[in-house]
Design a protein around this ligand. Sequence first.
Ligand code: FES
Ligand code: FES
Length: 182
Amino acid sequence: MVDAASAILGQVAAAESSGGLAVAGSDTVPVNLKVNGVIRSLQVEPRMTLAQVLRGPLGLTGTKVACNRGACSACTLWLDRLPVCSCMILAVDVGDRLVTTIEGLADGDKLHPVQAAFIEHDAMQCGFCTPGLVMSCAALIERSSDPSSDEVTAAISGHLCRCGTYQNVVAATLAAAKVRNR
Ligand code: FES
Ligand code: FES
Protein backbone atom coordinates (compact mmCIF):
# COMPACT_ATOMS: atom_id res chain seq x y z
CA MET A 1 0.00 0.00 0.00
CA VAL A 2 2.81 2.40 0.93
CA ASP A 3 4.61 1.54 -2.32
CA ALA A 4 1.44 2.16 -4.36
CA ALA A 5 0.87 5.50 -2.63
CA SER A 6 4.49 6.48 -3.23
CA ALA A 7 4.17 5.54 -6.88
CA ILE A 8 1.03 7.67 -7.26
CA LEU A 9 2.66 10.62 -5.48
CA GLY A 10 5.65 10.19 -7.79
CA GLN A 11 3.34 10.31 -10.84
CA VAL A 12 1.66 13.45 -9.50
CA ALA A 13 4.98 15.16 -8.82
CA ALA A 14 6.29 14.23 -12.28
CA ALA A 15 3.13 15.52 -13.97
CA GLU A 16 3.20 18.75 -11.98
CA SER A 17 6.88 19.39 -12.69
CA SER A 18 6.23 18.88 -16.40
CA GLY A 19 3.34 21.37 -16.25
CA GLY A 20 0.70 18.77 -17.16
CA LEU A 21 -2.43 17.62 -15.36
CA ALA A 22 -1.96 14.69 -12.98
CA VAL A 23 -4.16 11.65 -13.62
CA ALA A 24 -3.45 8.93 -11.09
CA GLY A 25 -4.72 5.36 -11.36
CA SER A 26 -5.64 5.51 -15.04
CA ASP A 27 -4.12 2.16 -15.99
CA THR A 28 -6.75 -0.23 -17.35
CA VAL A 29 -7.65 -3.62 -15.94
CA PRO A 30 -9.48 -6.53 -17.58
CA VAL A 31 -13.15 -7.20 -16.77
CA ASN A 32 -15.64 -9.78 -18.03
CA LEU A 33 -19.16 -8.40 -17.83
CA LYS A 34 -22.22 -10.59 -18.40
CA VAL A 35 -24.46 -8.12 -20.18
CA ASN A 36 -27.86 -9.16 -21.54
CA GLY A 37 -26.75 -12.79 -21.74
CA VAL A 38 -23.43 -12.12 -23.50
CA ILE A 39 -19.99 -12.06 -21.88
CA ARG A 40 -18.22 -8.84 -22.81
CA SER A 41 -14.48 -8.84 -22.14
CA LEU A 42 -12.75 -5.49 -22.14
CA GLN A 43 -10.19 -3.27 -20.45
CA VAL A 44 -11.53 -0.52 -18.20
CA GLU A 45 -10.08 2.12 -15.92
CA PRO A 46 -10.78 1.15 -12.29
CA ARG A 47 -12.53 4.47 -11.74
CA MET A 48 -15.13 3.86 -14.48
CA THR A 49 -18.71 3.26 -13.40
CA LEU A 50 -20.83 0.51 -14.87
CA ALA A 51 -22.95 3.20 -16.56
CA GLN A 52 -19.87 4.72 -18.20
CA VAL A 53 -18.65 1.36 -19.49
CA LEU A 54 -22.05 0.40 -20.86
CA ARG A 55 -22.60 3.70 -22.62
CA GLY A 56 -19.00 4.11 -23.78
CA PRO A 57 -17.03 1.04 -24.86
CA LEU A 58 -20.07 -1.25 -25.01
CA GLY A 59 -22.26 1.23 -26.91
CA LEU A 60 -25.39 0.48 -24.86
CA THR A 61 -26.73 4.01 -24.60
CA GLY A 62 -30.22 3.00 -23.50
CA THR A 63 -29.04 3.41 -19.92
CA LYS A 64 -29.20 7.14 -19.25
CA VAL A 65 -27.03 9.20 -16.92
CA ALA A 66 -28.47 12.40 -15.48
CA CYS A 67 -27.22 13.29 -11.99
CA ASN A 68 -24.31 10.79 -11.97
CA ARG A 69 -24.47 10.70 -8.17
CA GLY A 70 -27.24 8.31 -7.16
CA ALA A 71 -29.96 10.94 -6.78
CA CYS A 72 -32.28 10.47 -9.78
CA SER A 73 -32.34 6.74 -10.74
CA ALA A 74 -32.19 7.55 -14.48
CA CYS A 75 -29.35 5.02 -14.80
CA THR A 76 -31.28 2.10 -13.27
CA LEU A 77 -30.62 -1.38 -14.61
CA TRP A 78 -30.67 -4.84 -13.10
CA LEU A 79 -27.84 -6.62 -11.34
CA ASP A 80 -28.88 -10.22 -10.79
CA ARG A 81 -32.43 -9.04 -11.62
CA LEU A 82 -32.51 -6.39 -8.89
CA PRO A 83 -32.71 -2.69 -9.83
CA VAL A 84 -29.61 -0.63 -9.02
CA CYS A 85 -28.20 2.75 -9.98
CA SER A 86 -25.39 1.98 -12.41
CA CYS A 87 -23.71 5.34 -11.88
CA MET A 88 -22.94 4.26 -8.32
CA ILE A 89 -21.25 0.95 -9.17
CA LEU A 90 -17.73 0.58 -10.46
CA ALA A 91 -17.48 -1.77 -13.43
CA VAL A 92 -14.62 -3.61 -11.70
CA ASP A 93 -16.96 -4.44 -8.79
CA VAL A 94 -19.69 -6.12 -10.87
CA GLY A 95 -17.97 -9.51 -10.89
CA ASP A 96 -20.15 -12.45 -11.93
CA ARG A 97 -23.46 -10.70 -11.43
CA LEU A 98 -25.81 -10.63 -14.42
CA VAL A 99 -26.26 -7.19 -15.93
CA THR A 100 -29.58 -6.54 -17.65
CA THR A 101 -30.06 -3.23 -19.41
CA ILE A 102 -33.08 -1.79 -21.17
CA GLU A 103 -31.68 -3.25 -24.41
CA GLY A 104 -32.00 -6.74 -22.92
CA LEU A 105 -35.52 -6.48 -21.54
CA ALA A 106 -37.57 -7.35 -24.62
CA ASP A 107 -37.91 -10.94 -25.82
CA GLY A 108 -36.66 -10.53 -29.36
CA ASP A 109 -39.22 -8.37 -31.15
CA LYS A 110 -41.72 -8.78 -28.32
CA LEU A 111 -41.63 -5.89 -25.88
CA HIS A 112 -41.64 -6.57 -22.15
CA PRO A 113 -45.19 -5.95 -20.80
CA VAL A 114 -43.96 -2.83 -18.99
CA GLN A 115 -42.44 -1.42 -22.18
CA ALA A 116 -45.66 -2.07 -24.09
CA ALA A 117 -47.76 -0.58 -21.28
CA PHE A 118 -45.63 2.58 -21.14
CA ILE A 119 -46.46 3.14 -24.81
CA GLU A 120 -50.13 2.26 -24.32
CA HIS A 121 -50.51 4.55 -21.31
CA ASP A 122 -48.39 7.39 -22.63
CA ALA A 123 -46.06 7.10 -19.64
CA MET A 124 -43.26 9.21 -21.08
CA GLN A 125 -42.79 12.69 -22.48
CA CYS A 126 -39.15 13.54 -23.23
CA GLY A 127 -38.30 9.94 -22.35
CA PHE A 128 -34.97 10.61 -20.67
CA CYS A 129 -35.98 9.02 -17.38
CA THR A 130 -37.97 6.27 -19.10
CA PRO A 131 -35.42 3.43 -19.39
CA GLY A 132 -34.68 3.64 -15.68
CA LEU A 133 -38.35 3.76 -14.76
CA VAL A 134 -39.11 0.80 -17.00
CA MET A 135 -36.36 -1.23 -15.35
CA SER A 136 -37.68 -0.47 -11.84
CA CYS A 137 -41.29 -1.19 -12.78
CA ALA A 138 -40.35 -4.41 -14.60
CA ALA A 139 -38.39 -5.53 -11.53
CA LEU A 140 -41.45 -4.86 -9.39
CA ILE A 141 -43.77 -7.05 -11.44
CA GLU A 142 -41.09 -9.77 -11.45
CA ARG A 143 -41.21 -9.95 -7.66
CA SER A 144 -44.85 -9.01 -7.09
CA SER A 145 -47.46 -10.43 -9.47
CA ASP A 146 -50.26 -8.14 -8.31
CA PRO A 147 -48.77 -4.91 -6.98
CA SER A 148 -50.91 -2.14 -5.55
CA SER A 149 -50.67 1.51 -6.60
CA ASP A 150 -48.80 2.20 -3.37
CA GLU A 151 -46.27 -0.53 -4.16
CA VAL A 152 -45.67 0.92 -7.62
CA THR A 153 -45.30 4.38 -6.11
CA ALA A 154 -42.78 3.02 -3.62
CA ALA A 155 -40.87 1.20 -6.36
CA ILE A 156 -40.43 4.41 -8.35
CA SER A 157 -39.94 6.69 -5.38
CA GLY A 158 -36.25 7.18 -6.17
CA HIS A 159 -36.91 8.28 -9.76
CA LEU A 160 -37.00 11.92 -10.72
CA CYS A 161 -39.02 12.71 -13.83
CA ARG A 162 -38.89 16.36 -14.84
CA CYS A 163 -41.86 15.85 -17.14
CA GLY A 164 -44.02 14.58 -14.28
CA THR A 165 -45.24 11.35 -15.85
CA TYR A 166 -45.68 9.58 -12.53
CA GLN A 167 -49.44 8.94 -12.70
CA ASN A 168 -49.18 7.31 -16.10
CA VAL A 169 -46.18 5.25 -14.98
CA VAL A 170 -48.25 3.83 -12.13
CA ALA A 171 -51.19 3.10 -14.47
CA ALA A 172 -48.88 1.44 -16.99
CA THR A 173 -47.24 -0.76 -14.39
CA LEU A 174 -50.57 -1.92 -12.94
CA ALA A 175 -51.73 -2.75 -16.47
CA ALA A 176 -48.48 -4.58 -17.24
CA ALA A 177 -48.88 -6.75 -14.13
CA LYS A 178 -52.36 -7.78 -15.32
CA VAL A 179 -50.99 -8.67 -18.78
CA ARG A 180 -48.22 -10.68 -17.13
CA ASN A 181 -50.76 -12.66 -15.11
CA ARG A 182 -52.87 -13.73 -18.09
S1 FES B 1 -27.65 9.10 -13.08
FE1 FES B 1 -27.47 7.50 -11.65
S2 FES B 1 -28.83 8.07 -10.07
FE2 FES B 1 -28.85 9.77 -11.41
S1 FES C 1 -40.32 11.79 -19.29
FE1 FES C 1 -39.03 13.53 -19.33
S2 FES C 1 -37.83 13.37 -17.52
FE2 FES C 1 -39.28 11.80 -17.37
